[in-house]
Design a protein around this ligand. Structure first.
Ligand code: ZN
Length: 379
């Protein structure tokens, strides 16, 4: 076969592989239609992908009864895997995902208050235990500012300047947890198919990402998306990041404690959870604290609508809880922050669909992006 035909076949195989990953359970007929392939070409590509142990086929459930039976594209039982490390403010997990993005179950290990030097060797050991010919890439989701493979700063974990390259010798992607959750929502969650989506996660402070056509906009060095450090707060208030007046300080447990006339809580995430639970059971002080915090969250969202004009906004973490417990305050905040001409046609503000698994699902996507390349299908 000449070189050009070979290149076309490799591109067709890669497109089919990406299609099977993007749309788990898609049938061969649907994939062929989506990719503009004849059924003969699709069968030829599938036989190649099966031989390369990348995809397999399973009987597809019959719909209707008309048309010839078709098969669903599924991961090959010996196919590639990626490892996903999800480090949250209090726990870490290591798991794997196959083509299609489904995460294997994983046990959570607590690390609250421990330094990186103590935690990361255990993570490295857990990754080493997964090593084998099927494991092709690793991705890490972490709650902090990421630059390349380095965690610049995670104020919440009190980790700073941590090089995560030491975790593995495999191809590695490292991402901020809120950004990865946004990628997951845009590909597989509440913002699926939106051309431009804004995702915000509130935990301690607020992080997020703008997603355009399924891809995160992370800036020149990958450190963008620090929406919590926009000056939507009180300019007299100093943020741990070094700036003044950050939005972070208005939307989480620290703000709730201030509204209740209390001192800054040691664990703002836990304080916020307790306040939201108390608000749900009708405690008037907790309701007032949640409303004030939801309004501040809404005002910032309104300002961001002016700046980036998303088709949908998704809220994760405490943001989703504030939306459920204080929706009118949050929406009123959005309206007050948005320019008047926008108010008749505001985009929907929705709770994230993937919950706390969002960062890991997004990390699996970034690791799988390192695997689904022409190199992989060159067989
Ligand atoms: Zn700040």
């Amino acid at each position: 076969m000449d070189h050009r035909a070979e290149t076309q076949r490799a591109q067709g195989a890669l497109a089919m592989l990406r299609c099977a990953h993007r749309f788990p359970g898609i049938t061969r007929a649907e994939a062929a239609a989506r990719l503009g392939l004849s059924s003969g070409s699709a069968a030829d590509i599938m036989s190649r992908l099966r031989q390369a142990r990348l995809l397999a086929e399973a009987p597809a459930p019959q719909t209707g009864g008309r048309g010839r039976p078709t098969t669903a594209l599924v991961p090959h039982p010996e196919g590639p895997l990626v490892a996903v490390v999800d480090i949250s403010h209090a726990t870490w997990t290591v798991t794997t995902a196959a083509i299609g993005g489904t995460l294997a179950p994983a046990a959570a290990h607590r690390h609250l208050g421990l330094p990186a030097e103590t935690v990361l060797p255990s993570v490295r050991d857990a990754l080493a235990a997964l090593h084998g010919p099927r494991l092709r890439a690793v991705a890490v989701a972490i709650p902090g500012t990421v630059h390349g493979h380095t965690l610049v700063e995670a104020t919440n974990l009190r980790w700073r300047g941590v090089d995560l390259r030491a975790l593995t010798d495999l191809p590695l992607a490292v991402g901020n947890d809120a950004s990865l959750a946004g990628v997951a929502e845009a590909l597989r969650g509440a913002a699926r198919d939106a051309s431009v989506a804004l995702h915000l996660t509130v935990e301690v402070g607020v992080g997020g990402v703008l997603i355009v056509d399924g891809r995160p906009v992370l800036g020149a060095s990958g450190a963008g998306g620090e929406f919590g450090h926009l000056p939507f707060g009180d300019p007299a208030r100093h943020c741990p990041c070094g700036a003044w007046g950050c939005w972070d300080l208005e939307v989480d447990g620290r703000a709730m404690a201030r509204h209740a006339g209390r001192r800054a809580p040691a664990d703002p995430r836990a304080y916020a959870e307790r306040t939201i639970a108390a608000a749900r059971s009708g405690d008037p002080d907790a309701v007032a604290a949640c409303r004030a915090t939801a309004t501040a969250l809404g005002r910032g969202i309104g300002a961001l609508l002016n700046a980036v004009d998303p088709a949908v906004v998704t809220l994760g973490g405490l943001g989703a809880d504030l939306l459920s417990v204080a929706a009118p305050a949050l929406h009123a905040g959005v309206r007050r922050g948005a320019m008047a001409w926008r108010r008749d046609d505001l985009p929907p503000v929705l709770p994230a669909a993937l919950g706390s698994t969002g960062p890991a699902i997004g990390a699996a996507e970034s690791a799988m992006a390192l695997v689904l390349t022409e190199q992989t299908v060159k067989v």
